[in-house]
Design a protein around this ligand. Structure first.
Ligand code: BTN
Length: 237
């Protein structure tokens, strides 16, 4: 495997560790920890991770990947989808990069860019609830809670990394299998939900993901394509 795994007994956040050490770290170094004491989620949220869950960050420094931020984010979700769907039915991807089982979230991904004068790295942080028997939010679930079985956390790490490698390699050879994976397993497809678009709340119908990674949505009678930064969903409203 082309990944170099750096294992830490305990760390505040694997993303923060990778950011703080970006100069010494190499492309495809992976920061993996058994206990993350102050994990970061999107939009300033916290992400709890103890030894029952998988928390890791992939360091990206390859210039081709740095220029393809949006594909990278969906490819990460597709790799997690592939790893988890061998263990459990009902796994799907909520564009751009959450993974669900049924209607609950099992994996969150936080990709953070690091730039000085220009972008020098992306930290692709992935958190998966694996053997947790309960979780603080009732909108979240774990593999154990869905299947009643416990899993080896490192096996899941290796499976995600192997799938990530496979999908990235195919993508750079012109085969965008990751798009088929998201469109065949798109949690949002066909749903109608409230979403915030450019700070306005709208009721939108959701369709497929396009080759440019944009999502097709319909609101106020028109179909539009939208990029990741432009929309956030309120699925429970
Ligand atoms: C989300 O809010 O959905 C994203 C959660 C991302 C959590 C992972 S756990 C490993 C990595 N290190 C962090 O501090 N956060 C990410």
């Amino acid at each position: 495997m082309k990944f170099n795994i750096i294992e830490l007994e305990e760390v505040d956040s694997t993303n923060k560790y990778a950011k703080d050490n970006i100069e010494e770290l190499n492309n495809f170094d992976v920061i993996f920890t058994k206990r993350q004491t102050s994990g970061r989620g999107r939009m300033g949220r916290v992400w709890e991770a103890d030894n029952k869950s998988l928390a890791f960050s992939i360091v990206i420094k390859d210039s081709k990947l740095l220029n393809d931020f949006e594909s990278l984010s969906i490819i990460s979700a597709a790799a997690v989808f592939r790893a988890l769907s061998t263990k459990c039915d009902k796994v799907s991807i909520k564009w751009p990069n959450d993974v669900y089982i049924g209607s609950k979230k099992v994996c969150g991904i936080l990709s953070e860019g690091i730039s000085y004068d220009k972008l020098v790295g992306i930290i692709d942080g992935i958190g998966i609830n694996v053997n947790n028997s309960s979780l603080p939010l009732d909108t979240a679930t774990s593999l154990f809670m869905e299947t009643g079985k416990e899993y080896n956390i490192k096996d899941i790490l290796f499976s995600v990394l192997n799938n990530f490698d496979d999908l990235i390699t195919k993508h750079f050879n012109g085969n965008n299998e990751y798009l088929d994976i998201i469109n065949e397993n798109n949690y949002l497809f066909g749903k109608t939900a409230y979403a915030e678009i450019n700070k306005q709340k709208k009721l939108v119908k959701i369709y497929n993901v396009l080759p440019n990674n944009h999502l097709v949505i319909e609101y106020d009678g028109n179909k539009k394509e939208i990029s990741t930064g432009e929309i956030s969903f309120h699925l429970n409203d």
